[in-house]
Each structure stands twice: as C-alpha cells, then as structure tokens.
Design a protein around this ligand. Structure first.
Ligand code: ZN
Ligand code: ZN
Length: 304
C-alpha cells in the first residue's frame, strides 16, 4: 500500500469547452500505470500541461459516444504513432466500440504501427491486474453509458517474520517467496503465505469511482458503495433540474445525495455545464446533502 494513487483532472467541462475548462477527462496513475477515462478533443494539450505521459497510457476507458467524451481519440492515436509507439493499447467502451474506433482511424487516415485492441464493456470487472481492478457499471443516460470503478486489491495482512521463524522457515529466499504469496516447503512441511500473515495489518484497497453522464439512479449505488473518492458528474444546478432530467444529467444537489447514500468519503464534482459560471454554487448546493465536497478544476491533482 506504499505507492500512492494519483488522480489528474485533465478537463472538467460538459458538452463544450470554455476559456477556463477543457472537456471532461480524468487520469488515474497507480503503480506505474496511467489509466485514461474519456478522451475528448483538447486532451493531448492538457496532458502536456499536467505532465501525464501519453506514451505510458495503455488503457483508455470511454464512458459513451457523445462528442464531448470521445472525439480526441484519433488525434491521440495519431500522436502515439508519430512518436513510434510499437506496443498495444486497449480501448474499452460500450457496444459498438470496435466500429467507432475503426471509423475514427479511417477519418484520420491512420494505420497505426501498433495494435489498437477494443473491449466491449459489460457490467462487472473489465480489467484485472495484480494490484487493482476496473469495474464497469451501467448508468442512466440518453445512450448507453458506463461509470468506471478503480479498486486497489485489499491487503489481507502483512508478512510477519517472527511467525515464519517460529514455523521453522530459514531466513533467506523463502521469506521473499512467502511475501510474494507463494507456498514454501520446509522439511517436507508446506507453509502457506496465510500462515505467516499478521492479519491485524489488513487494509481494504483504495476505491475511486467515476460516474459520467447520468440521471442519478439507484442501479449504480451498489457498485460505488464506500468510495474513498466519488467523482460524479454535475452538469447543472438545482434551478435547472428539469433540463437535467430531459437531457439525463445530474445536478450538484443530486450528486451530493448520491455521495451521502453510498457512503463516500469525499465527493468531487466534474462535467460542469458552461451555462453556470460560478463554481461555488455547485459546491454549496452539493454540500447541503454531503459535507466533504470539492469542485474539480482543470489540472487539479489529488493523491491518496
Ligand atoms: Zn457529456
Ligand atoms: Zn452524454
């Protein structure tokens, strides 16, 4: 649990960019992996300003196919190609992602020198790595749209030297095998990694939930329960809740209610409509339902 997770907000605006806000996009950095969530136009320059290395991006998660979430993809792939990328990239997205990516490559007249894989997302775990997983949860928008949940693997405990010595494990390479979770044999006796764990050091892994365009709905509550950080779209203020309903978006107040209902530790609002100029209003409104709230700004970084 030593390595920090870092969240970088590349853009925070909904539908159209503004002078101060680029379109909505987020990166999570963890254990040397940079995970990109949505790739609207303008994302490349935001990456350069924020020192997110686009060459290190191997996984791109697309929430849905509205223009403010996907139009930057062909440009990013073109830049990767110019810089000689020769290892694969995987693009995750709703049904039809393969055709979307193909047509974006066609429009850009681009034949990358690297493999562009696509994964059609369904509810559940869509990426499982040694130390973390990404889960997709269906949202409630005009077209098929997914939220994504980053979850660090839970730590079941810490290796306890004294326990190992007591069980007769000789100090040396077998210690590191046990630490890596491997079984070892000592005098014909098998010792399991669980046998030498100090379970009092157990710790749940960090959880970061990203909820993109949606009318709030209970069908994603379970998936985002107990998030350390809940990043929730908040296109409108309560005064425009009718408009929010029509276009299947959330208000700041509703995002605050979701954070409260799902027991989040911290709420961050993003995907803000350019119609509302003052950020404080979003914050104040969400705070009436949930106290620990912040409005994302472009290039804002959070470590946890
Ligand atoms: Zn949007
Ligand atoms: Zn949308």
């Amino acid at each position: 649990m030593s390595d920090k997770a870092k969240i970088v907000f590349l853009g925070t605006s909904a539908s159209t960019p503004t002078k101060n806000r680029g379109l909505n996009s987020v990166v999570i950095r963890f254990e040397g992996e940079w995970l990109l969530f949505d790739i609207p136009e303008g994302t490349q320059r935001q990456m350069m300003k924020s020192k997110v290395s686009y060459l290190k991006i191997n996984h791109v998660f697309i929430s849905h196919f509205h223009a403010d979430h996907i139009l930057g993809l062909s440009g990013l792939l073109a830049t990767m190609n110019i810089h000689g990328r020769d290892w694969p990239i995987t693009i995750y997205g709703p049904k039809g992602i393969e055709e979307k990516v193909d047509s974006m490559l066609k429009i850009a007249m681009l034949t990358p020198g690297f493999d562009v894989k696509t994964v059609e997302v369904k509810k559940g775990i869509i990426l499982k790595e040694e130390k973390f997983s990404i889960t997709a949860t269906p949202l409630n928008h005009e077209i098929e749209c997914f939220g994504y949940i980053f979850k660090e693997k839970d730590k079941e405990g810490e290796f306890n030297r004294q326990k190992a010595i007591k069980l007769g494990v000789p100090i040396g390479p077998l210690f590191s095998d046990l630490q890596k979770g491997k079984k070892v044999k000592v005098d014909g006796k098998t010792i399991n990694p669980e046998d030498v764990l100090d379970v009092s050091k157990a710790k749940p892994g960090r959880k970061i939930s990203l909820i993109f365009d949606t009318l709030p709905s209970k069908n994603y509550y379970k998936a985002i329960e107990n998030s350390d950080i809940l990043i929730h779209e908040s296109s409108f203020l309560d005064q425009m809740k009718e408009r929010a309903k029509e276009t299947m978006h959330s208000t700041a107040l509703q995002a605050g209610e979701v954070a409260k209902e799902t027991n989040a530790k911290k709420l961050i609002l993003f995907h803000l409509s350019a119609r509302h100029k003052e950020n404080e209003k979003f914050e104040h409104e969400a705070r009436t339902a949930f106290p620990n709230v912040e409005v994302a700004k472009d290039l804002m970084e959070i470590e946890l």
